[in-house]
Design a protein. Structure first.
Lengths: 349, 514
């Protein structure tokens, strides 16, 4: 078997293969629905309806997409420099802790000042969480996949400690949660009466900002050069270690914004189940978007839609929500393969 | 060889065509190899030599055409068929296990995996006889890891002969050898031919082709463009057949050297893996002078290039740049000091393959105005620079926004050359600047280096091709295991004398201390 590159893939190839991947995903979903004893067409219809069938459903999807855009961007930025940050979950919680701490009335500031201060502090916390692993990588060659991954567990246990101890809400009737944020620290809704907060707008803005950084700034050029060929970058005088550190600060900061926006925008306090694995799902989001920051927005909304849709379908049709996880996995595998195949031809001897 | 006409045909290739997408790597190639002759397969990089040999060996399947060995058509796509029919290949990069002995390496793969015991005695006798017959002296119980490159090549040849190869194919066999080792290899090949073996010798070094072959086949752009008896041709004619045009050799005009721009005194650098570091090296690069560095690959050239390029710092000894001792040493510092660096590996170190020509053009200067202002890139200025290089250095490409991986090696090298020379550097470090380039690009690069020297730049030319070093250098050093020979003036040393130095003679235990 040999792989040959295709320099200029035809339109049929570049549209047909990804479309084929979607079809394959739908077929797998149908088979699973059949297996669960439900009508596959009805099941898929219910997922679609649950994700985008009404204004409420659509806003729910966008709400769910918000933290995924942040974590997806965090991963996309880091992976672009071949910095394998698997610890977006930890950085998310770091941002959430800081938000829950600073948002409970210790800073006597008006809302217009308080919210940006909290956001910046959260970003700083997330950046610092990633600083340790990246310095271990650049100075001592320690594999960041291991260190960032393990940080997730450390962070979860730390949050658990905080919620049972120093940050426990005295009015929480024993539940492990932090006190509610004061009104001034809450992200307002974009439109009154609709359940979509300004975190979503901030996520869109962040995606554009990351895109501008990557394509227009000197730092973005350095990040891409280091990611594509660190040896050539070092030879050309690009400070590879320093670029890695800057990338890590940016990535950790973005992931922390997910925690900030979930606490300040949606939940209003810190709990242990704040993130159902947004940090990990961010990897899928970033990979589906081929690490393109604008693509991250699209893929985050798609992924969020599948989860939200599957939730509502499950209630109506009785098919387990695990179908969403399998759908995601299938979509990721087939899509990545399809995108690879648009530019590569396989020859069997 | 007059009798070759009558000799038996041992190998016949007929109408071999192989396409890779739109590229026709081999276009209806056919030739015959007779018993007891050496034919040379000559061609530039990318002419299709390696593809043809891979087809012969069953690694690739030809789209059209057949391969016949001793009258039997080989089934396509079966590497073992060629081996079984008596074809042996010595690759450019050896395929030996370093942690095993010579004998074990030779036996490897010749017997069933789970055979109860190695019948080493009979094998040892056979290897000894082959060593004797073909002048291939190596100790059968030596570990391959301890052998020199020349000895390893002998093991590779023994491996093929042990499997009763009647046809030997050698792919660029002299690329890693000293002149002395090369002539020993030629001795072996002559013995092999005298015993009725046939040899295909793949090379782009014309001198060797003239010396060893009886017939020359020239490939160009995948086509067989010429087949001549070696006796009826000369180097110039062969070179022109290879390129398809007339070529002029570069000329070096006499010139008085200027002041020293870079001086190394008694410098040591650390060993890196298998690559030796520098040991008590003294070197002076003068303005308006090309200093050539000859030596067999892997003798410390990389360490010297890394030091001057800013990637390595001396652990001992001193470096002076333009009369000053640099306080900090890094690639940035080297660039700031006006050192232009043409790296050895243009794919891995010289360029970022997935970057466009524009992005690659500013790889070293991206952080300076006009390309970068207060953290923002000015892509228009960068593209103008790329366009200027493309025009001035004749880079053949679809345009400045094409990815550089689409370019041929020669055009890639021209872009690197433009990138480093446009800044009017004072010192030029050219590490293997023409390796793997076709003759047109070779001439272009060499003439640019000479022009820079004429304008007063100090050039350090590192090359494993002794002919190149001798043709282009005002003074020559030989490097051997991290030690540097004294400087030899142009024309004072013969290739044979330099070859002695390349093999380590003259360096004697510390006696060369300057």
């Amino acid at each position: 078997m040999r792989l040959e590159p295709i320099p200029n893939p035809s339109a049929l190839r570049s549209i047909g293969l990804p479309a084929g991947a979607l079809v394959l995903t739908v077929i797998v979903a149908s088979a699973l629905a059949l297996l669960a004893g439900a009508n596959p067409f009805a099941t898929l219809g219910l997922i679609l309806k649950g994700a985008a069938g009404s204004k409420f459903a659509l806003l729910e999807t966008l709400n769910r997409a918000t933290p995924l855009i942040f974590t997806g961007l965090a991963i996309a930025v880091a992976f672009r420099a071949k910095l394998w940050n698997i610890g977006a979950e930890a950085q998310l919680y770091a941002g959430a802790i800081v938000t829950a701490l600073l948002g409970t009335g210790i800073l006597p500031l008006p809302s217009a000042l308080l919210i940006p201060v909290i956001a910046l502090a959260a970003m700083l916390a997330g950046a610092l969480i990633l600083l340790g692993p990246v310095l271990l990588k650049t100075r001592l060659g320690v594999d960041e996949v291991v260190t960032t991954l393990l940080f997730n567990f450390i962070m979860l246990l730390f949050v658990s400690y905080l919620l049972e101890g120093p940050m426990k809400d005295p009015m929480g009737m024993g539940w492990p949660k932090s006190p509610a944020l004061e009104k001034a620290a809450r992200l307002p809704r974009i439109v009154d009466g609709l359940r979509l907060h300004w975190g979503f707008a901030l996520a869109l803005l962040s995606a554009v900002a990351v895109w501008v950084i990557q394509t227009r700034t000197t730092l973005g050029y350095e990040i891409r050069a280091v990611g594509l060929n660190a040896e050539a970058a070092r030879f050309a005088g690009i400070p590879v270690g320093r670029v890695m550190v800057k990338t890590a600060l940016l990535s950790g900061g973005l992931a922390a914004l997910a925690g900030f926006s979930e606490v300040a925008g949606l939940k209003g306090n810190l709990t242990l189940d704040l993130s159902p694995g947004f940090g990990y799902t961010g990897i899928i989001v970033a990979m589906l978007a081929l690490l393109n920051p604008l693509g991250v927005v699209v893929s985050a909304i798609f992924v969020a839609g599948v989860f939200v849709g599957a939730d509502s379908m499950s209630r109506a049709a009785g098919v387990p929500t695990y179908i969403a996880d399998i759908l995601m996995a299938t979509a990721l595998l087939t899509m990545v393969l399809a995108l690879k195949l648009t530019r590569t031809r396989i020859r069997w001897r | 060889m007059a009798q070759a006409e009558a000799a038996e045909v041992v190998l016949r290739l007929d109408g071999i065509t192989k396409r890779f997408g739109p590229l026709v790597a081999n276009n209806a190639i056919g030739f015959e190899l007779r018993k007891g002759e050496v034919i040379a397969l000559l061609g530039e990089n990318g002419a299709g030599k390696t593809t043809l040999m891979n087809i012969l060996f069953g690694h690739y399947t030809a789209d059209e055409g057949t391969v016949e060995v001793f009258g039997q058509t080989l089934p396509p796509g079966h590497p073992r068929a060629a081996l079984a029919a008596g074809v042996g290949m010595v690759h450019q990069h050896f395929t030996l296990a370093d942690n095993m002995t010579v004998l074990e390496n030779i036996l490897l793969g010749t017997r069933p995996l789970l055979s109860p015991r190695l019948d080493a005695r009979a094998a040892r006798v056979k290897v000894a006889r082959l060593s004797e017959d073909f002048g291939l002296s190596v100790h059968p119980d030596a570990r391959v890891g301890t052998l020199s490159v020349g000895e390893r090549q002998r093991v590779e040849i023994l491996k093929a002969l042990y499997r009763d190869a009647r046809i030997l194919i050698l792919d660029e066999p002299t690329a890693v050898l000293t002149p002395q080792e090369s002539s020993a290899l030629f001795g072996t090949l002559r013995k092999a031919v005298a015993q009725g073996l046939s040899v295909i010798f793949i090379s782009h070094k014309l001198g060797e082709v003239m010396e060893i072959s009886s017939r020359v086949l020239v490939l160009r752009h995948g086509k067989l463009v010429g087949e001549v008896a070696t006796a009826d041709t000369d180097r110039q004619k062969l070179a022109e057949m290879m390129v398809g045009a007339e070529i002029a050799a570069p000329r070096l005009a006499e010139r008085e050297p200027g002041p020293p721009l870079l001086t190394l005194s008694n410098v040591d650098t650390p060993r890196r893996g298998n690559a030796p570091g520098l040991s008590a090296v003294n070197l002076t690069l003068r303005a308006g002078q090309i200093t050539g560095l000859a030596g067999v690959s892997g003798n410390g050239q990389a360490a010297l290039a890394a030091l001057i390029g800013g990637l390595e710092r001396p652990v001992q000894g001193g470096m002076e740049l333009h009369g000053d001792v640099p306080t900090d040493w890094s690639p940035r510092a080297a660039l700031a000091a006006g050192i232009a660096r043409i790296p050895e590996d243009r794919h891995k170190t010289g360029t970022v393959s997935d970057f466009t020509l524009t992005e690659n053009a500013v790889l070293e200067s991206y952080a300076e105005a006009p390309y970068s202002r207060t953290g923002w890139m000015d892509w228009r200025a960068a593209e103008d620079f790329a366009r200027k290089i493309i025009e001035t250095y004749d880079v053949r490409c679809p345009g400045p926004s094409a990815r550089i991986r689409l370019l041929s090696g020669g055009n890639m090298q021209k872009l690197i050359l433009g990138r480093v020379l446009e800044a009017n550097p004072k010192i030029i470090l050219a590490n293997q600047p023409v390796r793997g380039l076709d003759i047109g690009a070779v001439t272009f690069v060499q003439n640019r280096l000479i022009a820079a020297r004429d304008d007063g730049a100090a050039v350090l030319l590192i090359s494993e091709d002794l002919d190149e070093v001798m043709a282009l250098s005002d003074v020559i050093h030989v490097i051997y295991e991290g030690h540097l020979s004294p400087a030899f003036k142009r024309g004072t040393m013969s290739p044979a004398e330099l070859g002695q130095w390349m093999a380590g003679h003259g360096f004697g235990g510390g006696a060369h201390a300057a």
